[in-house]
Design a binder for this molecule. Structure first.
Ligand code: FMN
Length: 420
């Protein structure tokens, strides 16, 4: 990739006003990263508060929490935080305040994992249809059960209730996790959703679930509270959700009044969000570091809703060049902030960061091609920051993987025992 020209003006510093009047001081956003810092019975902890306080002090303009689950029966990892009633309001208020005190808006990402939940964590996993995982992943993930109509209605209602609790706790907004192969993304996908009722079949029917989730959240939080979505440009999976369908979904959400759309891509089976599938190489070789920039350009031509693009941003010049293209309003950063939590300070000052994101490898091919492997490595860095320490950007991939697997097995066991 050719180096980017040094920008004449730092566009990252420009404030941005969302259509509902919410003002962001600059164009940098911390994208969702699952922290797994909840207790094993899924309550928020002071560690999560401290992690976000550290990021909030970096000068970043907007932050999204890692995915927070809407149903205790449907976890994606041990240590997920669940918001399904008001019992945790005091700690949730502290979490929201840690950002607000620094003038940063913190939005909670709400999620239901559907089938993407490791074996043994939940009593059962639900999905639109009972489609098994790819053969080499089937050892880690159960084939889900098809959700009933009553279960679908319950989940929609839960998204709304969790969002209302987030509003009450003082968060700046919520983001629906509609990407990366979780439940909403499963409903959108012709591969994962083979239902023959109103929720499956035609593209319009497969979109019905995400539209219902958005409508219910809006009903419960009112017209002013910011509601966004993270959506796949495509699943990068044979028979999956395509760019064409993604654009129509975005148009429908825009027409329904969504405040911000974050673009990503991929699933556990094809982790394009971390840049590890063939299609993304095509994007980055066209002198762009962001994986989904070309798609954002197509979206920009169709809708006026503010756009954030996440995936692959690394350099001061690359981020400026993307903003200069006019395809997006907000630059989303994830891994960079896990190894360099103060990176926004440098970027807003017109400099590059202290550390560079590098591929994380265990040296074992079969493990490295699973997106989950990187997530485990980065989660360890988040834990260090949450304890008042600093990340270890040079930590061994293999060591981190083994330690995380042991912790995850122990956590799964603890979660089940606490639920029993
Ligand atoms: C440790 C870790 C956890 C993640 N958890 C989430 C999550 O909860 N929700 C989400 O939408 N994306 C999640 N992601 C994906 C990131 O938001 C982002 O899309 C991806 O890392 C690409 O951006 P980057 O190149 O800036 O890292 C996670 C990524 C990492 C590294």
């Amino acid at each position: 990739m050719k180096p980017f020209a040094q920008p004449e003006t730092n566009l990252l510093n420009r404030p941005f006003v969302l259509p509902n009047g919410v003002e962001l001081p600059n164009r940098l956003a911390k994208a969702a990263m699952s922290e797994a810092l909840g207790t094993y019975d899924n309550h928020a902890t002071s560690k999560i508060v401290e992690l976000y306080r550290r990021w909030a002090k970096s000068g970043i303009g907007l932050m999204f929490t890692g995915n927070v689950m809407i149903d205790r029966k449907a976890l994606g990892e041990p240590g997920n935080i669940v918001i399904e009633d008001e019992s945790d309001l005091p700690i949730l208020k502290q979490w929201a305040n840690a950002a607000r005190e620094e003038g940063v808006s913190l939005w909670v990402q709400l999620n239901h994992p559907g089938k993407q939940s490791p074996k043994g964590l939940n009593q059962f996993n639900l999905a639109p249809s009972a489609i098994p995982f790819r053969q080499d992943m089937a050892a880690f993930f159960l084939t889900p059960r098809e959700a009933t109509e009553a279960e679908i209605q319950d989940i929609i209602q839960r998204f709304g209730r969790s969002a209302a609790i987030c509003k009450k706790a003082g968060f700046g907004g919520v983001q629906i996790h509609g990407a990366h192969g979780y439940l909403i993304s499963q409903f959108l996908s012709p591969h994962h959703n083979q239902r023959t009722d109103q929720w499956g079949g035609s593209a319009e029917n497969r979109r019905r679930f995400v539209m219902a989730v958005y409508a219910e959240i809006r009903r419960q939080v009112g017209p002013e509270f910011p509601v966004g979505i993270k959506l796949n440009s495509a699943d990068f999976q044979k028979g999956g959700f395509t760019e064409e369908e993604s654009i129509v979904t975005i148009q429908s959400l825009a027409a329904a009044g969504i405040d911000l759309i974050e673009i990503s891509g991929g699933t556990y089976e094809a982790p394009a969000m971390s840049g590890v599938v063939e299609q993304t190489k095509k994007v980055s070789s066209s002198n762009r570091e962001a994986y989904f920039l070309s798609f954002a350009e197509k979206v920009r031509a169709q809708v006026k809703t503010p756009l954030m693009v996440t995936g692959g941003f690394r350099s001061y010049a690359g981020m400026n060049s993307a903003l200069q293209s006019g395809a997006l309003d907000i630059v989303g950063l994830a891994r960079l902030l896990a190894i360099d939590p103060d990176a926004p300070k440098a970027l807003l000052n017109g400099q590059d960061c202290n550390y560079q994101v590098r591929p994380i490898s265990t040296g074992i091919k079969a493990i490295d091609k699973m997106g989950i492997m990187e997530i485990l490595w980065y989660s360890r860095q988040l834990k260090r920051i949450s304890e008042g320490g600093n990340p270890r950007p040079n930590e061994s991939g293999l060591w981190a993987f083994l330690a995380s697997i042991i912790k995850s097995m122990w956590g799964t066991n603890r979660t089940r025992r606490l639920r029993a």
